[in-house]
Design a protein around this ligand. Sequence first.
Ligand code: F6R
Length: 614
Amino acid sequence: MCGIVGYVGQRSALDVVMGGLRRLEYRGYDSGGVALVVDGTIHSAKKAGKLLNLDAELAENPLPVAHTGIGHTRWATHGAPNDVNAHPHLDETGRVAVVHNGIIENFAVLRTELERAGHDLLSETDTEVVAHLLHDELARTPDLSDAVRAVCRRLEGAFTLVICDAEQPDVVVGARRNSPLVVGRGDGENFLGSDVAAFIEHTRDAVELGQDQVVTITPDAIVVTDFFGAPAETTEYHVDWDVSAAEKGGYEWFMLKEMDEQPQAVADTLLGRHSPGGQLQLDEMRLSDDELREVDRIVIIACGTASYAGLVAKYAIEHWTRIPCEVELASEFRYRDPILDKSTLVVAISQSGETMDTLMAIRYARQQRARVLSICNTNGSTIPRESDAVIYTHAGPEVAVASTKGFLSQVVACYLLALYLAQVKGTKYGDEIDDILAEIAAVPAGIQRLLDEGDQVRKLASDLSGARSILFLGRHVGYPVALEGALKLKELAYIHAEGFAAGELKHGPIALVEEGLPVFVVVPPKGRDQLQEKTVSSIQEIRARGARTIVLAEDGDDDVIPYADHLIRLPKVPTLLQPLVATVPLQIFATEFAHQLGHDVDQPRNLAKSVTVE
Ligand code: F6R
């Protein structure tokens, strides 16, 4: 949700900033802009649409060479995505340029105050007020960092700000409250970015910023304070992936690359968690076993795809640990006055670690004395930092807006959590845990097989690309898979797609079924619970009403053959692990379907990767 870059050093600031913006474009792509400081003047360019438009603008109207600069790629909140509302925003004298991620909630009051004082604001954005407030503040407080701190004290809401000043050419100042900002430490140069991808090409040494902090970077120094100027403690870390992980590596889209990385992401998320003696270990578990033994209820909070990983987790947690578990959308959680206490474990799942709805939910949970464990893919991000414990998924950077390897690795981390709780609570013996871990460890080979067999799914997507509505059915852990299959298709192909619990169909949704409607059905493995048989009955019911059935069933399940217009074979895995394999063909299908329609697979319309507004 908006990508921000800042640079001071010896290189061409424009090259560094544009390179950073390209890596951050997944965060928002409604418009882009840059501002450079050259000889006491700010030069800026901005353009609606993707960065390609900004590139064209810069080619037509080149900016002078500079060594200090800032940049922005936008996901619009206040004001339409046009040139005027694009960042950076300047004050009326053109002394300061500001880029911003987040929402300044009191901007209307501040804007009225500024207009009454004679300021002329040009855009509809909340951001522009900051440039004008800084103009006034710099008249009183010539130091940019002091002025930024004074302005931040007046702002409410969520904001990351990055600012440059024509009169302080070797300085870039950043500030953060509730939205992400990290510092890249270079040699004779320093960087700011919404995430480390912004500067990974230049340095892998990063500095985490805390809540309500201001950072001042010059070529040789990084100074961090709170909003009142008191020095702040920071944490330095080394990024464990490099620039090649953040590049397409020969793939047409990041999403294809990330789907192909799934066997590795699953294996890496398991790596090092199981000691030779058989004990499961989660290194980032900062809750003691005694504290975990006290847990009598689990509440999982997450958004979108991550919430579907949470739904899978519910089945695993309740089955393996017998601890009651519920799953709630993070955006709804704190508004229903949930009942929480210190024996409630709140599990937040977030690939980015920055999703505002999830962050606000965990803050609420902690205020209510619940313990918070997060499952996250982004080291140093806000959600794990504010949690009592964290299990990192080791999927590597996920750049495509639609989550793929992020989801599978979240599911694996959920299994690990469930097994760890089972170990601590004694609801599973060590050898049972070993067996399940061995089953999970075997899954990457199955995922690889499905990726290798992707052509048949791509052919199907091409055959069905005229469809305007597609349904997805599943039962048990196949239900979240159905929801995920539908979400992938909605976000990439922009067509009506819905996931239903197969058993629920007869209570209403079956009315949607008409001649030729494509319906995917995820069939559970055969077991004692008769779920396979019941799902086969559902397939018969929809087929009798004209549906074109696309059946995902495990190898050897021949009961489905008579009722499948198209059959996708899944490797045999235990029921609870089936989401790790069944999701993969649905990802391939959505990607190819969108491609057939000519859509941008990595950057679907209206979306952004990291949703840092509520
Ligand atoms: C869908 C998708 C989103 C995210 C959701 C949560 O493909 O990517 O639904 O899953 O916005 O994001 P994180 O996991 O970063 O909190």
